[in-house]
Design a protein around this ligand. Sequence first.
Ligand code: CTP
Length: 414
Amino acid sequence: MRIVLGVGGGIAAYKAASLLRLFTEAGHNVTVVPTESSKQFVGAATWEALSGNPVSSSVFDEVEKVNHVRLGHEADLIVVAPATADLLARAAGGQANDLLTNTLLMARGPVVFAPAMHTEMWTHPATAANVATLRSRGAVVLEPGIGRLTGKDTGPGRLPEPEAIFAAALAAVDDGAAEAPRVLTGSTVTITAGGTREPLDPVRFLGNRSSGKQGTALADAALAAGARVRLIAAHMDVPAPRGVELVRVETALELRAAAHAAAADSDVVIMAAAVADFRPSEVVDTKIKKRDDEADPVITLVRNPDILQELVHARDTAGTGIPKLIVGFAAETGDANGDVLEYGRKKLARKGCDLLVLNRVGTSLVFGQDETEVRILSPADSGQEAVESVAGTKADVSARIIARIAAELAARSD
Ligand code: CTP
């Protein structure tokens, strides 16, 4: 397992050497990332000798290796010991002002903090809030030991014993591994999410009800499956998941440009965004005023390009076979002229994509809801029985969609 051991600037830094030995003796490959101040307590040479790997604290060392991205991405586990009050605050605040905090922001696997500080610092509401924030994001923050601290004081604040940190770290990895098989390791997945907004004037736009929940749930599931994930996010009501490469867009035309650029080096593109089919034919650059002496304005719309169709067309004409898989979403209500499945099949044929995830919608169904039900259509399916149907929370459904995508990718590379 590849482990990053972050070492904070506290007197307990020397105990991290015992923890490092436990990891290396168990056969793990450990890269130590000490903070600058921790080197006042234990020098880089000690970590290099004990780990057998180069040691750096700065994002500007070995720039060609892009360590600030690579270390977090590649780590199966990050353990921070000792985690000082300052380090917990920087991690909770999402700061990236040294190599360790950059690595934490890029982490994909479990992160374990083993705090060590004076009791007053540990019990301070600021630290308590930082610990709560980190835990709410899925990090494991161990409770410090109670006992004699560096000065005369005693109380909670001692670094937990190296054996206890070692056991908690391995347990965090086991918990993570039980969640999802990493079937997309080595694959790049681009996901579009949310609803585009088409401006009318500087303050008004035409939008839609998409919350972005489906796209972010897919991004979470793809991350859990080990993929590198790019999220092209139009307007969303929910935050982007930690660990994605985020591209923010507003309009369909911006989304189109971002999607084409991303498709060129993606294995999979998932078009989960609700892209406006139309945009105002002109955008007025000053606010449209109501005037008694003039007729009320009429908004003329023009068609937006169909991005999904374009992506398929671009791949087929380029003949590169990249992206290997293009996945569309369809929101259908069914009507007097046809049922949802029938419309879905027609849309799959029209768009030419490799999979189409079919949602049945009404104003109270799907948009903004956590529960959903979808069918996954592929051109190879024939007859209703062959269609995969999945119901559950958006997270469950997304995990199944990602599993299906992984299976389709595997079938294509056989
Ligand atoms: N889509 C797209 N570009 C557009 C509109 C939609 O790429 N201009 C994508 C969506 O991201 C989705 C799929 O096409 O993956 C289906 O979108 P949907 O709005 O359901 O279908 P439409 O093409 O708009 O068809 P219809 O108007 O018949 O519902």
